[in-house]
Design a protein around this ligand. Structure first.
Ligand code: MG
Length: 446
């Protein structure tokens, strides 16, 4: 059982738990296992520079060379590692508030480190088994700009001329996060008229909270409407998630933009394998079936989806939170290509975003959660399975009960003492009924 690592690396309050000493020891433990040349990057948090120096020292002390890529999105680091390096560490707390920071550790393919490697790193950390080298074997530090190459690689994957011809008006809200160094330049190179919000990197996140939820994006919605823009685009703190606002200023849920890009990817490639999680909308399955695609459903988590895409040589994948994965580019959620792809779809179809979204299969969903002590979780899951045997069940992650009306998935959180309950159906009434039923099953066994 892991003590330090969550679903993607370590995340803690900076300089109280995540001190330079802590970061350096973790980095040295990582470098002891991974060895070789390690790329590092950071988001613009106030603590990132301090932690980056500590991580660098830890890596050098076990003989790794370090390539400092600067302040840039997580997917740009993942791209660089896959192309050129033996591993990578991104210093970021993703969408969490400014006082947090964290370490996203990457394997040689640029995917977040697997559980067994993280357990080994923890063992080295807790038992001080870092293999410090002698004075003459200490590593060296290099600097490299990978941002221009990353941007160029994004542009190579879309029809730049078609997007330029469409003269799209875009409002971009980077939330003062890592996307400031990439997405504004991508959108300009695509010939769009660009208005920026929060596109100066600032670790105090003065404009908005770094999580791109509907509540945090009201300024963006207002500016899209006020400027008559075709689309608003927002990212989270480390720029691996992309959320859209349509031309009416309405928030587009992540599963909708996921479905839109899925459809375009399948049409472009004449089919392919789509990977997503059991908690994602049936719209993803419907689009795959209609467009010569196969679908694989995994446990919840972007790393699980990325690994499965690599294993099956899949075409495209993602999650309902605005994380889109293009495995021929980056084995992780990417924001640069997601942005360019959405603009390409709008340019080529010549349709407003709201129309494109309205043409997708419609489902209604409900998302709930309830507190549950960790030690009760196995009993709750077992009880729910026993109560639902008359239905079609999928136990890939928690229990997904599939009925004639839709489905409800009931699953314990891996990081918090709560149970989550998501439902989906063709009508809101059925989605609500399924969610009520799911909640009653959890409460029966708590
Ligand atoms: Mg993120």
């Amino acid at each position: 059982m892991k003590q330090l690592f969550g679903t993607f690396g370590v995340r803690r309050v900076a300089n109280t738990v995540l001190t330079p000493e802590f970061a350096s020891k973790i980095a040295a433990a990582y470098g002891t296992k991974v060895t070789g040349t390690i790329a590092i990057g950071a988001d613009p948090r106030t603590s990132s520079e301090m932690i980056k120096h500590a991580v660098t020292a830890g890596l050098l002390s076990v003989g790794c060379d370090v390539v400092d890529l600067g302040t840039l999105p997580t997917p740009a680091v993942q791209y660089a590692v896959r192309q050129y390096y033996d591993g990578g560490i991104m210093i970021t707390a993703s969408h969490n508030p400014p006082k947090y920071n964290g370490l996203k550790l990457l394997d040689k393919d640029g995917i977040g480190t697997p559980d067994d490697l993280e357990e080994e790193i923890e063992d080295i950390y807790f038992n001080d088994k870092q293999e410090r080298v002698t004075w003459d074997k200490i590593g060296k530090v290099y600097k490299r700009n990978i941002i221009d190459e990353y941007i160029d690689q994004v542009l190579q994957r879309v029809d730049v001329d078609a997007i330029k011809d469409a003269n799209l008006k875009v409002v971009l809200d980077c939330g003062s996060g890592a996307a400031c160094s990439t997405t504004p330049y991508i959108i300009r190179k695509l010939g769009c008229e660009l208005t920026t919000l929060n596109c100066q990197p600032d670790g105090s996140f003065p404009g908005r909270n770094p999580e791109p939820t509907e509540d945090n994006l009201h300024d963006l919605m207002d500016v899209v409407k006020a400027t008559g823009a075709d689309i608003g685009i927002a990212h989270d703190g480390d720029a691996d998630r992309t959320i859209c606002i349509d031309e009416n200023g309405d928030f587009v849920f992540g599963d909708k933009s996921f479905a839109l890009v899925e459809k375009a990817m399948l049409e472009k490639n004449n089919g392919g394998t789509i990977v997503t999680t059991v908690a994602t909308s049936n719209a993803i399955r419907d689009i795959a079936l209609e467009n010569n695609g196969d679908i694989i459903l995994t446990r919840v988590g972007d790393l699980v989806v990325a690994r499965k895409l690599q294993e099956v040589n899949g075409l495209f994948g993602g999650e309902e939170n605005g994380g889109l994965i293009f495995p021929d580019f980056v084995y992780g959620r990417d924001s640069g290509l997601a942005t360019a792809m959405i603009l390409e779809i709008m340019a080529k179809t010549k349709k407003p975003l709201s129309t494109l979204i309205s043409e997708l299969p419609t489902y209604y969903s409900q998302k709930r959660k309830v507190p549950c002590p960790d030690d009760k979780k196995p009993l709750v899951t077992k009880g729910i399975i026993n109560d639902t045997t008359e239905y079609e069940l999928d136990t890939t992650d928690g229990v997904k009960v599939i009925t004639d009306e839709g489905w409800v998935i009931i699953r314990p959180s891996g990081t918090e003492p709560i149970y989550r309950c998501f439902s989906e159906a063709k009508t809101m009434e059925d989605a609500t009924k399924l969610a009520d039923w799911g909640m009653s099953l959890i409460e029966k066994y708590i």
